[in-house]
Design a protein around this ligand. Sequence first.
Ligand code: CP
Length: 309
Amino acid sequence: MPLINRNFVDPSDFTLDELKHVVNLGLKMYDNPMKYADTCKGKILGTLFYEPSTRTRLSFESAMLRLGGTILGFSDANTTSAKKGESIADTVRVLDDYADILVMRHPREGAPKLASQYSSVPLVNAGDGGHQHPTQTLTDLTTIQYYKGAVKNLKVAFCGDLLFGRTVHSLLKTLSRFPNIEFTLISPPELRIPNHLKIDIASNFNVKILETESLEGCISTLDVLYMTRIQKERFFNEEEYLKLRDVYILDQNKLTHAKDDLLIMHPLPRVNEISYDVDNDPRSKYFDQAKLGVYARMALISLLLGVCE
Ligand code: CP
């Protein structure tokens, strides 16, 4: 599967078979991590994070270290020459000589795409504004594959901020490429998925999409429930955020109506949208999801560097 030297800035950069290949390799690595412990010996991963992150940056770093490689990078652009006005293009032209693979998060939509045009090494989008988060999608596909056995024949709901939620945008469009996935989109009217995305999915994929404001009204039908945070940082106005922030809170009471094998996911961080009493419910897998993200990223790094097949 020729993923060597490719960029990954949008899930559609990879074919369905290529996505499945990354997921399957990630799960092999999860089962037998020691087999891959020296795979990236001598290789360097560079992390360019212009926006805060816990999981994505540290899971990439953990992934590279677990593969025997090393890491460098920044997590606060204010400590870099970006503060002096250095462009993304110039930064990447320099850092591609310092590292063998680059991972970038940026608040501006399209910034990693631009960066990839100047990078001589593989560049991975670690989240750009409200646009895409392709490695979260790899993490999510790996989680669904692991807990459901296959990514097919599922009723999947996304709940919360579907307008700004880049994890939702990436996963929704990607799942549309898998067989027989039905979607329920649960949001207040203000946070519905962008129209362009709905039109894109409706015109390119033969999928059923139901839109609703009620989590209670559909929870009993679902196989996968993907909760999301109402993202304060994407709102222009605090009042609007405060009005919407607690609109959906998943608690044990609502779960009494859900299937026994419901898979509850969340890309994290969580604020109020899943109450803490749900964490002990065996259907809650969001912390396992974050763990599987390390292995999905190990697989991606290895394939882009051409050290695994
Ligand atoms: N899921 C996710 O992207 O988390 P971080 O913002 O902590 O990286």
